[in-house]
Structure formats: structure tokens, C-alpha cells
Design a protein around this ligand. Structure first.
Ligand code: PAF
Length: 286
């Protein structure tokens, strides 16, 4: 695998592949790779002639007091994961290349608007603006045919899909299913923050989602009762958890639904010690 830090060098290498008619898949990451990233890399490998992965811990998507400085990093291990997945090129941009005048001096942003107004966007103001802006830069630098994202970060995926459509980026977006531990916990780099006691409570998020799906399966259509059922599971199985939100929204607009109808997204975020865990389930209700 080639490792490229310089943007001009990246453009030269990827441009040569594009000119030769080869397809390019991009897997953008912040590193500390796990099996969820691996599934994105595997899909990109199957679909494309060239697989580009990026690692950049993007400062503009972290709010004040969030974990930018302590975000887990292990470049050596990441290198091994990328190599094993058959990645062709690892792009490791510097902060100066991504934000030439400094992140604070960025004048033009990609604003996701109402799509960032609730769910994670409500408790992380500015987060999705930072994500949309950095992914725009990565798309402009790499110019891939396909962008690979994970369903665990469902709001991010919805915003980036919409960004690609609304701003006419010449790229397809593929969203791959959440990869889970055997006990149901969704893989996340931030799981590294969990103490053994918190780790034992963490599968409560998936259990709460399963509870909601089971309630829907037996005919429940009342959103408030679904949310109450999920809260009960979190209180019972993750007593140290603090619920940030449990929401039932329209899968396309991400706006809260009053009646369960059509494509619906059930999403939650729970603070457990230093970690803020998220998970979601999508369901179509006829
Ligand atoms: O999902 C992530 O790791 C990040 O939000 C992304 C898409 C790499 C942008 O920094």
C-alpha cells in the first residue's frame, strides 16, 4: 500500500488511474480502524479497481469539550488493517493541507441545515457542518467514483447522501450495514473508552432497539410508548448510562414522526462514562 501525505501527489496518482479508465472507491476515516471500517474497505475492494482510504482526525467536527485531543489513534495497527484489506493508497493529509489558514479561519462551510437540527446534531452543534465540509474537501481531492459510509453513523450518511445530491457531486454513495460485537454492541472507535463495567452495559442500546422492533412487530404504533419501552431497557440494562436522545424519525428527512408509517428510523445516543454511544435501526412500516 502506498502512503501519500501530499495533496498534489495524491491527485497525480489517482488522476493517472482515472485516466486509465479505472474506478476509484474512497473510504474516509478518522483512524483507529475496526471491523466496521473493514467491511467498507472490503466493499470498496469488490467494487473498484483502486481503493483509497483516508485517515484524518478532523478538528472541525469536534465541539468544545469533546474528545479531539484524546481521540484514539494507532497508525501502525491501521496500516496493518488497510494492508490486509488490499487498500491501494492511504491518504494521510496534514491539518495544514485540509485547513490552509487554520480550522478557525475556514470562511466557506457546507451547511447541512435542518438535517443536522435533531438527533446527534442537537447535542453536537456544528458537528455535521464539520463533517460535510471535510468530506467535500476529500471528495474534491480524491474525486472517487464511490464513497463508502457506515449505517451506524446514520445521520452522517443521510446528510452526505443529500449533500452529494443537492450539490451535484459526481460520486455514488454506498452505505454498509452496522457491524456488531457478538453481544450486539455496534463497533465504534469510541468503544475503546469503555471500562469493563461500562462495556458490560453497552449492549443495552441494541437491546433497546430490538425491544422497539419487537413492539412494532406485535402491532404497537404509538411513538411515545415505543420510546418509553426503550428507556426502560436502558434504565434496566445500563444503569450507569445517561440517555442523550431516543428518537423515531422519518428515514429520509430525519424529522420526528407522529404516526409510524413508511420508512422510519429509530435512533438513540447514550453517554456511558467517557463514551457517547449511538445506534439505530431502520424499518419500513406498511
Ligand atoms: O465517520 C467518520 O469517521 C468521519 O466523520 C468522517 C466521515 C471520516 C469525516 O471526518
Amino acid at each position: 500500500m502506498d502512503v501519500v501525505e501530499d495533496v498534489s501527489e495524491l491527485r497525480r496518482r489517482v488522476g493517472a488511474e482515472r485516466c486509465a479508465g479505472r474506478t476509484i472507491g474512497l473510504v474516509p476515516t478518522m483512524g483507529y480502524l475496526h471491523a466496521g471500517h473493514r467491511s467498507l474497505l472490503d466493499a470498496a475492494r469488490r467494487d473498484n479497481d483502486m481503493v483509497v482510504a483516508s485517515i484524518f482526525v478532523n478538528p472541525t467536527q469536534f465541539g468544545p469539550g469533546e474528545d479531539l485531543a484524546s481521540y484514539p489513534r494507532d497508525l501502525k495497527r491501521d496500516h496493518a488493517v488497510l494492508d490486509a484489506a488490499g487498500t491501494d493508497l492511504l491518504f494521510l493529509p496534514s491539518a495544514a493541507d485540509m485547513y490552509p489558514d487554520g480550522a478557525g479561519a475556514q470562511a466557506i462551510w457546507v451547511e447541512p441545515g435542518a438535517l443536522a437540527g435533531n438527533l446527534c446534531g442537537a447535542s453536537r452543534p456544528g458537528h455535521f457542518r464539520g463533517v460535510a465540509t471535510v468530506v467535500t474537501k476529500l471528495l474534491n481531492m480524491v474525486q472517487p467514483d464511490t464513497l463508502y459510509l457506515g449505517q451506524k453513523d446514520v445521520q452522517q450518511a443521510a446528510i452526505l447522501r443529500r449533500m452529494v445530491r443537492d450539490l451535484a457531486f459526481p460520486v455514488s454513495v454506498r452505505v454498509l450495514p452496522t457491524v456488531r460485537e457478538p453481544d450486539g454492541l455496534a463497533l465504534s472507535s469510541r468503544n475503546a473508552y469503555l471500562t469493563p463495567e461500562e462495556r458490560a452495559e453497552a449492549p443495552a442500546l441494541k437491546r433497546a432497539l430490538d425491544c422497539a422492533l419487537a413492539m412494532i412487530g406485535t402491532g404497537e404504533r404509538d411513538v411515545a410508548r415505543l420510546v418509553a419501552g426503550m428507556e426502560e431497557v436502558i434504565r434496566r440494562d445500563a444503569p450507569d448510562g445517561r440517555i442523550d436522545y431516543i428518537s423515531v424519525v422519518d428515514a429520509a428527512t430525519l424529522q420526528p414522526v407522529v404516526s409510524l408509517q413508511g420508512d422510519v428510523l429509530i435512533a438513540l445516543a447514550v453517554y456511558l462514562g467517557k463514551a457517547r454511544l449511538i445506534d439505530n435501526a431502520e424499518i419500513t412500516i406498511g
